[in-house]
Design a protein around this ligand. Structure first.
Ligand code: FE
Length: 193
């Protein structure tokens, strides 16, 4: 990023302040907290869930998240039968408006090759073990399509509002290398037990 920054400004293509503003936007405003809000809404609002399934680009834009690398979004819903994982085997395509900039491992050659061949061993490296009965589907981002995994809603979260639910939705859970956090991670006192 630094080298590109120098090149663009030295050539006079872009004002340094413009680049700084773009980087700051992706570091502070755009990030996985955007995607987490989409997931939390999908967990609590059946109509929104259906919209996300039918036209993820429009449903996500309704939350205010659109733009570069988010023009053609597809939402992948995890359930008891299927777990979805996302990769870009060619490079590092990633849904910026909902997840921000990709983590280093997402762009690494080992992840890009292994997740296709051995998704379960990749999941194990992330500390995730799924039942053998669960099918794992790996989705390869293309030049246009970007995927957002909608993880399963954790048990025991029935009474939570969307703001609390969003805190359970990690970046990795929206790539498929992780699961949503358990309700206990919010430090809830379980009144029903
Ligand atoms: Fe790519």
């Amino acid at each position: 990023m630094r080298a590109l920054h120098s090149l663009l400004t030295q050539k006079g293509y872009v004002e340094p302040e413009t680049i700084d503003r773009i980087i700051e936007t992706y570091e502070t405003e755009v990030g996985p907290h955007n995607g987490a809000r989409v997931v939390a809404r999908a967990w609590t609002d059946k109509t929104y869930r259906d919209w996300l399934l039918a036209d993820a680009t429009a449903a996500i834009a309704d939350m205010g998240y659109s733009g570069r690398q988010g023009e053609h979004m597809v939402a992948l819903f995890n359930d008891d039968m299927v777990h979805h994982m996302v990769v870009c085997t060619l490079c590092s395509c990633y849904p910026w408006p909902v997840l921000g900039l990709p983590p280093v491992w997402y762009k690494s050659a080992p992840y890009r090759s292994q997740v296709v061949m051995q998704p379960r061993s990749v999941l194990a490296q992330f500390g995730v073990t799924l039942p053998d009965s669960m099918q794992i589907r790996v989705w390869d981002s293309t030049a246009e399509v970007r995927y957002l995994v909608i993880p399963q809603r954790p048990a025991g979260t029935e009474g939570l509002d969307t703001e609390s639910l969003a805190k359970l939705v990690t970046r990795d859970s929206m790539i498929g290398t992780g699961l949503a956090l358990p309700a206990q991670s919010l430090g809830l006192s379980r009144r029903d037990t």
